[in-house]
Design a protein. Structure first.
Length: 240
């Protein structure tokens, strides 16, 4: 059976599309699990208690922002700097929202808020790849919700395991590398799209050039300029 046939068969009902999204996310589950485990361990080792760490995992659901903010929290940095750092690191989700808004525009505010809470790098990559292969996929919301829910489950389970077992997981396991490699393998193909390529290029160049700034502000600046570049390029494509 060809790939297009499989995709078509998976779209016969919302339930099948939901399962299709789950299946597409599962190959990335080990990387998600590794990242969640690392983040859970980092929260506890940064000085947060177990209850506070679990609440942060459930409410924030943003591994990169958590990992960026935790060192600042551990050194009692100003609250405004912690908040700004977390927001800037997560600015890439603005790009994701701009690139997917047409698919969710008809939903109620509550549904869009829940889908926004579930957004993640890997599911965005999977969702974009699906629509590139089949622009008329009929149950795209169910597909997205299936994969995003699966991603959320793996993340929360692994994060809570990391929180509870923080003192028993050695740094020598190199879990950060496993998670990073998984994300790279999934996100690099997105650079075929001009907004993503432009944003990633500007972010990378800025981060390197501004590496010497204090409090990791070079990384924050790179992310902010990269996101702004991607948004401008995407709007230019829409207006063209």
């Amino acid at each position: 059976m060809s790939e297009s046939s499989v995709i078509g068969a998976a779209a016969t009902s919302p339930r099948e599309a939901f399962r299709h999204g789950v299946r597409d996310l599962l190959p990335a589950a080990p990387g998600v699990f590794a990242w969640g485990l690392v983040t859970g361990v980092a929260m506890v080792k940064s000085g947060l208690g177990v209850p506070e760490s679990i609440v942060m995992s459930l409410v924030a659901y943003a591994g990169s922002a958590q990992l960026a903010a935790l060192p600042l929290m551990a050194t009692f940095a100003p609250i405004w700097l912690i908040v700004v750092t977390a927001v800037i690191v997560n600015l890439r989700f603005v790009v994701y929202s701009v690139m997917t808004r047409q698919h969710f525009a008809g939903l109620s505010m509550n549904r869009r808020l829940w889908l926004g809470y579930l957004v993640g790098d890997i599911m965005f990559a999977r969702f974009s790849a699906l629509l590139e292969r089949q622009p008329d996929y009929p149950h795209r919301i169910a597909y997205y919700f299936g994969g995003a829910s699966c991603n959320w489950m793996w993340w929360q389970v692994s994060s809570i395991i990391g929180i509870l077992a923080a003192t028993r997981i050695p740094v020598s396991w190199g879990l950060e590398l496993a998670g990073t490699l998984t994300l790279i393998a999934l996100l690099v193909p997105l650079c075929r799209q001009w907004p993503v390529l432009a944003g990633a290029s500007v972010a990378a160049a800025t981060s390197v050039l501004a590496h010497g700034l204090p409090l990791r502000l070079g990384l924050a600046l790179g992310i902010a300029l990269g996101v702004a570049t991607a948004v401008v390029v995407e709007r230019g494509r829409e207006e063209a």
